[in-house]
Each structure stands twice: as structure tokens, then as C-alpha cells.
Design a protein around this ligand. Structure first.
Ligand code: NAP
Length: 632
């Protein structure tokens, strides 16, 4: 008998009183687990997150939080076989599982690394230089980012039950916000399994993670202005959330990642003999078949020169014919089933709508040959390639969330860009060309409509991460139809969960960078690169950086790897030099260039001083240097 999924609420597992509805294995239709619409007390969960999880998280520095993320990723990796087995039941093949499970853990590793390299070992981020606001210099401004005392509610779609959770959780966790994760019901059994391991690891501060399974009733009703909702799912649900009174009037911050009619454009410079032609065709087929096309970033619109439309259609069809469809864990299977039978019915409906202005050129809506499973009890579907008729509207309006793409012909590049824009805003677009002028025109035309753009050619293809892979260090999100939200994007994704405040004060009273926690021991510091040695995350800097780093330090106005912000010159009282390095005065790349000449005993002082001191206490560079080192 399959178990009924549990929520993790207020530090304990909550078992619903009823056994709930069955969740089917996408390959066989067998019941994997059951899910109940009767969940725990949502208001209590929100209160617990705010009163227990938030304070526990915010007591840690960014580096301490980052180390936990890394340890968590390592812990989960030890259990990945168990997740792989469940992932197959969602319809994910080995390749798809890598994207979801390994990709999710990779995202934790990446945010951990970014947090330690790019954020201070502190709980506050100074943002930008000190702004002089007065003639006499007694009044200055400084932007700071602080953690919100709220909760991050994360509502996820069914297609990435692991990655979808972790890509939202990691930046919120780093920002000091506790998370309540609401997985989509269809594949919630995999999310639940991962959360069980996360809780069992004992690594997470109490209350920093809760799981709400099976219901979203009242989820936004108890949220307020310090809370953040991250939503991924359909445009229809996104629109419902936007209309919630707490979003409209209550100040709840809502980030929406909705559907997206992503395109890939073949440059007019590419002929069938060029390597870019094969790259283009392969990319289209990959995007149609990975996760059976159930990816928000999949290519739905294949935009090609009129003269190449036949060649592309034939080449894509030929490749699709070789795709083996079948049970997700069966050897040799390239494409598994959709997540559910309902989903197959939805996609079939969307294809029928597309057929109003396009012709079916590959695939069969009524059936598909599968290996290792039954095509009817499993949610299998044939890959479908369509060819748009002139002036077709539907390919720019209807999202078939499955293995479906439409070839659309263009006359010239201006029209290609115009067709791309008819998607009304997408997560990602790509252009495959070896001509820099074509790349330039397409990128500039597409950029306002897209969150990410890939330019693919023979030179970057080998190392390219591909059209459909969002990366933790880059923005994931898109304007307009794609929801207008923004996720990940490295440290910017962390700041997105924090409040930016401009502090106006006298120079002595302005916020300074002070590490509030002890240096975080971590084996990674041993791996610091030469260029990163001066970063706070690399422990104490004991060797001179390369010359290039010194000259960079002289010209830059801020040190991105340092919590210390340099100010523009403003008169201020000189501070007594510290006698030893404290956690609050991290060595920075800048001090190297400031070590005073002829002031032999001040090496340590100069090294430990907040950089702002030397830039603000004198007029000439020489006197500034001398005063900074305390030897004037
Ligand atoms: P969905 O039906 O909108 O559901 C998404 C999530 O919202 C689920 O967790 C669902 O919970 C929850 N939900 C539904 N109604 C809600 C309400 N009134 N209040 C709060 N939460 C509510 O979408 P889906 O079918 O899972 O996902 C498919 C869609 O997601 C596609 O259109 C695809 O384009 C889009 N998507 C976008 C991205 C992106 O990054 N832009 C990524 C993946 C998918 P239940 O499951 O329990 O109903």
C-alpha cells in the first residue's frame, strides 16, 4: 500500500487524516503515493517560519549559510540513487534526472560558492560606494541590504520537483529567509523524499525549511509586506496570484515564472553544409525531447530562413525518427512519458489548437510506439513537429507543454526578430550563426523580450551549456508572458530577497562593513585560486597578489569580493589603527596597493584597516596613504 505524502510543518511531520488521492507512475499508471488536500495549519507554519526559522537563519553570517548549503548538497548527493528511482517514476529518463536531481544539487553548490566568494562574512551587505551628499562632507549616503523578517513561500511546477525547489530555496536561505515549499501535486513524492533527507541531515536551522503538500488553501492569506512568494507554473495560476488582495494591497512581493514560447533562430548565413546547421537541428531535437518537452525553456518556435525551411524540417524529422520513446528507466530510451495522463490530454489539446494554422510534418497525435511500457497506461506521446502556414497566429499564442515545436519561416532578419517578439516575452531565445553581424542584430532585437539569449556557433558549441539550461549564476526569468520575474542570477538572486535601504548620516555614523561572525572554516579555502586569495572567503591573505590584481585594485572603486566599500574622499576623523586583524576588518585586494612606502611597521595595520579610511582622511594620494597607515 502506497503511503500518503506528509507535510513538514513546525518542526514535525504532519500526516493527513484521510488517505488522499492516488498519484500515478508516469510510465505504468501504478500508484506511487497518495496525496491529501487536507494539510497542516498554514497560518501556524508561516508564524513558525517567521518566529523560529528567520531568527535562527539570520543569526548566521552569509558564509555560514553558504557552508550549510554546500554540506547539504554533499549530503543529498550521497542519497541520489534513491531520488533517481523516484525521478524515473515521474517519467524522467537518466538524462532528464541529471537535469533535475543533479542540477538541483549543483545549484546548491553554486550558490554556496557564490555566497562565500561574493558576499561578506557578515549579515549585512554594503552596496556601492559612499555617496557624498554635502559640500563639507559631514553628510553622506550608503546603500545597505538587510534580511527581511519574513518568509519565502515557494510554489513550484510539476516538471522539476527537485531543481525547482532548490533553485528557489538556495538564494532565499542565503538571504536569511526561511522557506515554505509547496510542490506541485503530480510529482510531490519526489520533493517529499528530498525534504525528508534534508531534515534528517540536521544541517538546517530549525524552522528554516517547511514543506506543504497537497493544498495551497489560504497560503497567501496570511502573508504580509516582509514576505516573498516565488511562483512557477501556468500563466492562469500566476494571474490568480497577482490578483490576491495581499499582493494587490498587502505588499507581498510576488515573483512569477510562467509559460514561455521560446524560440531559436537560424541565421541567414547558415547553409546545410555548415556546422551550425547540424548544431541547430540537434539543439531543436534535444529541446523537444529532454523531459519530453516539459521544460519552461524548451524551443517551441523554430524560426528559419524561408529558403531553409524544407531542409530544417527534413533534418529535424529525420532525427526525431531515431528517438526511442519508452519507460524512463529502460536502456536506450531517449524520451520518457509526460508526467501524467492529464498532461498528455492538455498537450494534445494544445496541438489541436496549433493545427488551426500549422501542418503536422512529423509524429502522430493518436499513438506512439514505446519500449518497456504500455503506450496507453503510461503517459507517452509522440514527438510532434509542425510547420506554420504564412501569417500563422497560434504558434505565437499557444503553449504545448510537451514534445512539440513549430517551424516558422522568415523572409529577412528584421522579420525573424519581429516573429520572436510575437511570443510577447520569453525566458530564453537562441540564434545559431557564425556571422557576428547577424548575431549582433538578433541579440539586440531579442534582448528586450528575453531573460537569456544563447548565441551558438562552431566555436562555443563544445562547451556551451545549451539553449534550455538555466544556470545559477545567470538570470532565469523573462518579461511579459514569461511572468516578468527573475530568479537565480547569482548574488543578485540573493539580494532579491533582501531590502535595499539608503542610509544618510555623518561619515562616522554611516554603516561600515563589520563581519559579525567568526571566520568560517572550510576545506574550500585551501583551493583558493591566486586571484581569489584576497577574498574574505579565502581566509587571510598572506601573499602578494599578481601585478595585474594590484593595478586592478588601484583603478576599481569597489572590491566585489570584499565586504569593505571604498568611499569617495570626504573629510572624516581618522580611526585608531587596529593592532591585529579582526573578523570585522577583512583583508581586501585594495590594501596591497596602499601599503605606505617607508612605513615599515604598518603592514599589518594597513592590511586590516577598512579601506574607506585611507581614501577619506587626506587630500593628496601620498598623504592619504601615509595617514591610512597611521604613520603620518
Ligand atoms: P500550475 O497548475 O499553475 O501549478 C503550479 C503550482 O501552483 C502547483 O504547485 C499548484 O499546486 C499551485 N497552485 C495551483 N493553484 C494555486 C492557487 N490558487 N494558489 C496557490 N498555488 C496554486 O502549473 P503546472 O501545471 O504545475 O506547470 C505547468 C506550467 O508551468 C506550464 O505552463 C509551464 O510553462 C510553466 N512553467 C514555467 C516555468 C518557468 O520557469 N517559467 C518552469 C516550469 C513550468 P497543485 O499542483 O497542488 O495544484
Amino acid at each position: 500500500m502506497s503511503h500518503t505524502l506528509e507535510s513538514y510543518a513546525r518542526g514535525a511531520w504532519f500526516t493527513p487524516e484521510d488517505e488522499g488521492a492516488p498519484l500515478a507512475d508516469a510510465n505504468t499508471g501504478e500508484t506511487v503515493a497518495r496525496i491529501s488536500a487536507n494539510g497542516p495549519d498554514v497560518a501556524g507554519m508561516i508564524d513558525y517560519a517567521r518566529s523560529v526559522g528567520g531568527p535562527a537563519l539570520r543569526a548566521l553570517t552569509f558564509h555560514q549559510r553558504a557552508i550549510i548549503l554546500k554540506q547539504l548538497a554533499a549530503y543529498l548527493t550521497e542519497h541520489k540513487d534513491e531520488f533517481y528511482a523516484l525521478s524515473h517514476r515521474t517519467g524522467a529518463t537518466g538524462r532528464d534526472t541529471m537535469v533535475d536531481v543533479d542540477g538541483g544539487f549543483g545549484t546548491l553548490f553554486s550558490f554556496s560558492s557564490k555566497g562565500r566568494r561574493e558576499l561578506p562574512n557578515s549579515t549585512v551587505i554594503l552596496d556601492g560606494p559612499v555617496e557624498p551628499l554635502s559640500r563639507q562632507g559631514t553628510f553622506v549616503g550608503q546603500h545597505v541590504y538587510t534580511s527581511r523578517p519574513g518568509v519565502a513561500v515557494q510554489i513550484n511546477a510539476f516538471n522539476f520537483p527537485v531543481w525547482g525547489m532548490l533553485e528557489k530555496l538556495a538564494p532565499a536561505f542565503l538571504a536569511g529567509m526561511p522557506s515554505i515549499v509547496k510542490p506541485a501535486s503530480q510529482t510531490a513524492y519526489l520533493t517529499e523524499a528530498v525534504v525528508r533527507r534534508m531534515v534528517e541531515s540536521g544541517l538546517l536551522p530549525e524552522g528554516s525549511l517547511q514543506l506543504l503538500v497537497g493544498t495551497h488553501r489560504g497560503l497567501l492569506d496570511h502573508l504580509g509586506p516582509q514576505d516573498v512568494v516565488g511562483f512557477t507554473g501556468s500563466a492562469a495560476t500566476g494571474a490568480l496570484l497577482r490578483e490576491h488582495p495581499n499582493v494587490v494591497r498587502g505588499g507581498v512581493q510576488l515573483n512569477v515564472e510562467a509559460d514561455s514560447l521560446n524560440c531559436s533562430i537560424l541565421g541567414p548565413d547558415v547553409g546545410v553544409e555548415d556546422p551550425e546547421f547540424d548544431l541547430f537541428v540537434k539543439q531543436v531535437v534535444t529541446e523537444m525531447t529532454v523531459k519530453a518537452g516539459q521544460k519552461c525553456t524548451a524551443i517551441r518556435r523554430v524560426i528559419v530562413p524561408q529558403s531553409m525551411a524544407d531542409a530544417v524540417t527534413e533534418a529535424v524529422s529525420a532525427r526525431l525518427s531515431a528517438v526511442v520513446v519508452g519507460a524512463a528507466d529502460h536502456d536506450g530510451v531517449r524520451m520518457g512519458p509526460l508526467a501524467t495522463l492529464d498532461q498528455r490530454a492538455e498537450v494534445t489539446k494544445a496541438v489541436r489548437a496549433l493545427l488551426a494554422s500549422a501542418d503536422l510534418v512529423h509524429g502522430d497525435l493518436d499513438g506512439v510506439e514505446v519500449v518497456g511500457a504500455d503506450a496507453e497506461t503510461g503517459a507517452f506521446m509522440s514527438p510532434i513537429l509542425l510547420r506554420a502556414r504564412p501569417e500563422a497566429a497560434e504558434p505565437h499564442e499557444v503553449e504545448p507543454f510537451g514534445p512539440v515545436s513549430t517551424v516558422i519561416a522568415y523572409e529577412d532578419l528584421a522579420q525573424a526578430v519581429e516573429l520572436a517578439a510575437r511570443g510577447r516575452g520569453s525566458l530564453v531565445g537562441s540564434v545559431v550563426t557564425h556571422d557576428p553581424d547577424v548575431a549582433r542584430e538578433v541579440v539586440l532585437g531579442l534582448a528586450p523580450w528575453h531573460g537569456r539569449i544563447l548565441v551558438l556557433d562552431r566555436d562555443d558549441a563544445k562547451e556551451s551549456t545549451g539553449h534550455g539550461s538555466p544556470l545559477p549564476m545567470l538570470v532565469h526569468g523573462g518579461p511579459g508572458r514569461a511572468g516578468g520575474g527573475e530568479e537565480m542570477g547569482g548574488v543578485r538572486g540573493v539580494k532579491h530577497h533582501m531590502q535595499r535601504t539608503a542610509i544618510q548620516a555623518s561619515p562616522d555614523m554611516r554603516p561600515r562593513s563589520r563581519g559579525t561572525g567568526p571566520p568560517v572554516p572550510d576545506a574550500t579555502s585551501a583551493r583558493c585560486t591566486r586571484s581569489a586569495r584576497t577574498s574574505p572567503s579565502c581566509g587571510s591573505a598572506t601573499r602578494s597578489p599578481p601585478r595585474s590584481a594590484r593595478s586592478r585594485a588601484r583603478t576599481s572603486t569597489t572590491s566585489p569580493s570584499s565586504p569593505v566599500t571604498r568611499s569617495t574622499p570626504t573629510p572624516m576623523r581618522r580611526q585608531p589603527p587596529p593592532t591585529r586583524c579582526s573578523a570585522g576588518s577583512w583583508p581586501t585586494a585594495t590594501w596591497w596597493s596602499r601599503s605606505p612606502r617607508g612605513c615599515s611597521s604598518t603592514r599589518l595595520r594597513a592590511r586590516c584597516w577598512p579601506t574607506s579610511v585611507w581614501t577619506t582622511c587626506g587630500s593628496s594620494p601620498r598623504s592619504r596613504r601615509a595617514r591610512a597607515s597611521g604613520c603620518d
